[in-house]
Ligand binder design. Structure first.
Ligand code: SF4
Length: 514
């Protein structure tokens, strides 16, 4: 598919440009019988009787074409950077009920098979939705995950079959936050308003615990939506050994603290055994003490240490925040939870879209999930990205139709709802963080100094922001209050007046991959 076609489709597919694009893709054997006159001008009727979107038709052809290699990046999606209020709605219209009808959803674009791994996770189609015992929606609070939920609802999935899983990136850290203060409450409000159970899960002490980790990572916990109990995943042997070492070392540290020492940053009270990373940080400052603690070396040998911000790369290995605090949390909960452990068919639904980035453009719409254990545990786990082809406009259309108030960060000018202080934030977004949370911004700068490692791989935060203007939109004071205080109640979830695009809409996808 040519760049030309991509442009013509979204701007206007009528006229000479469209003809040129069709000829380029189909030569003089155009499969188009007629353009359907009314409604969506993107729909056409083919000679073999199908009514399809012209976009799908060309994409299909592109994939079957011997020239696919050359064209493989043209997978037929609208980049967020090109999407505007005037972009036509293509996929975001009301869905029809298929639940219970035995229908198997197939991907718009077939899955990839270019490596052994891709062949292993290849999934040609989903089971009929009614055959899954549980449908887990990975609910970040961002617009795409919210749209996923409403799509399932429109397809007829009963609420009793669904659960929202939210990964809390901060993991209850006693002092520090990476995420928006209101995200937990936003997700909780949606869950209450819609009557869908919410299962939050986290790695204890979250981002900042992991950043200052020495020894094995903290355990993973979750909140049971029925009993309200906090449960934890099975501890690894290494974690238990590290705990033992830390307990002994904590006693030693406390003894040392009685003799007093000067710290370079404010001391805060708290349970040292629970946030041992913080205790370690203080020891780091007193170099003489560190050299006396052989246990630190022991811990490092057992479980490694972190002490570096995540890398701005695309793999989970370097970008440990999304790997260790989201994907690993989700996988552990799936394999530890009684309702998902064995003899179950589970569908994990997430809201990635091709239009967000070149990397996501190549994602499979559906695949076998990492936690699938068909033989060992009789657990079938499929993953579905139902809005993968949606443009930003399509997504807003879904929220508009259901009159849902978007997360306050969009209303305050953010184009994305990743972690508030996402490592991928642009200078403008970090300038917004500095404006809203000056104290947390200072602490982040302090982290850079303590770790000797900057969040951006080239310069420190102040230099990175430079002269950039803050992204904060001041016309929605309620949204700003919510971001500052964390307040967001169930009464705030639906828009009662006219639904409006938030200030952050249609500003591209820069600023975070998850
Ligand atoms: S949103 Fe950004 S900071 Fe948060 S987990 Fe993802 S990449 Fe890391």
């Amino acid at each position: 598919m040519s760049e030309l076609f991509e442009e013509t489709l979204y701007d206007s597919i009528s006229g000479e440009e469209k003809a040129a694009a069709i000829i380029e893709n189909f030569g003089n054997k155009s499969p188009i019988h007629e353009e359907l006159p009314k409604g969506n001008s993107k729909m056409i009727q083919t000679f073999d009787g199908y009514q399809v979107s012209i976009f799908d038709l060309v994409s299909d052809y592109t994939l079957k074409s011997p020239n696919f290699k050359e064209k493989k990046n043209n997978l037929g999606y609208i980049k967020d950077s090109k999407c505007t209020k005037d972009t036509p709605v293509i996929y975001g219209n009301q869905d029809t009920v298929i639940y219970g009808a035995g229908k198997r959803i197939k991907p718009r674009l077939p899955g990839r098979k270019e490596s052994e791994h891709m062949k292993k996770i290849f999934l040609p189609e989903l089971l009929p939705l009614e055959e899954y015992n549980l449908i887990i929606i990975l609910m970040s609070g961002g617009k795409d995950s919210v749209a996923c939920y409403y799509k399932l609802l429109e397809l007829g999935v009963p609420k009793e079959k669904m659960e929202f899983w939210h990964h809390d990136i901060d993991g209850g850290h006693p002092e520090r936050r990476m995420d928006w203060r209101c995200t937990q409450n936003y997700v909780k409000a949606l869950s209450e308003a819609e009557g869908v159970p919410l299962r939050p899960s986290w790695r204890v002490n979250g981002f900042f615990g992991e950043l200052y980790r020495i020894g094995a990572s903290e355990p993973i916990e979750w909140l049971d939506p029925v009993t309200g109990e906090i449960k934890h995943c099975k501890f690894s042997p290494n974690y238990l050994k590290c705990q033992d070492i830390k307990e002994k070392a904590t006693a030693e540290i406390e003894e040392l603290l009685q003799y007093g020492y000067r710290m370079k940053f404010p001391a805060k009270s708290g349970d040292l055994s629970r946030r041992w990373c913080s205790a370690y940080l203080k020891i780091c400052v007193a170099d003489a003490v560190v050299s006396n603690l052989d246990r630190l070396r022991e811990l490092e040998q057992l479980g490694g240490k972190r002490h570096k911000f995540p890398a701005k790369g695309s793999t989970h290995q370097g970008r440990w925040c999304s790997g260790n605090l989201k994907a690993a949390v989700q996988d552990s909960v799936t394999s530890n939870l009684d309702v998902t452990k064995t003899d179950k068919k589970i569908l994990v639904v997430s809201g990635e879209r091709r239009g967000e980035s070149v990397g996501r453009a190549k994602y499979n719409e559906m695949e076998v999930h990492r936690t699938n254990a068909a033989v060992k545990a009789h657990r079938i786990v499929h993953q579905w990205r139902p809005v993968i082809d949606y443009s930003e406009k399509d997504i807003w259309e879904v929220l508009k139709r259901h009159k849902v108030n978007p997360h306050p960060c969009y209303r305050a000018g953010w184009n994305r709802c990743s972690c508030a202080m996402c490592i991928f934030s642009t200078p403008k977004l970090f300038a917004g963080i500095r404006e809203l949370y000056p104290e947390e911004y200072e602490l982040l700068k302090q982290d850079e100094r303590i770790l000797g490692f900057t969040l951006d791989n080239k310069c420190d935060l102040d230099t990175f922001i430079g002269e950039a203007e803050s992204c904060v939109y001041h016309g929605d004071q309620k949204a700003i209050d919510s971001l500052k205080t964390g307040r967001f109640s169930v009464n705030d979830i639906y828009v009662t007046d006219e639904w409006m695009y938030p200030a952050g809409a249609f500003h591209g996808a820069e600023g975070g991959p998850c």
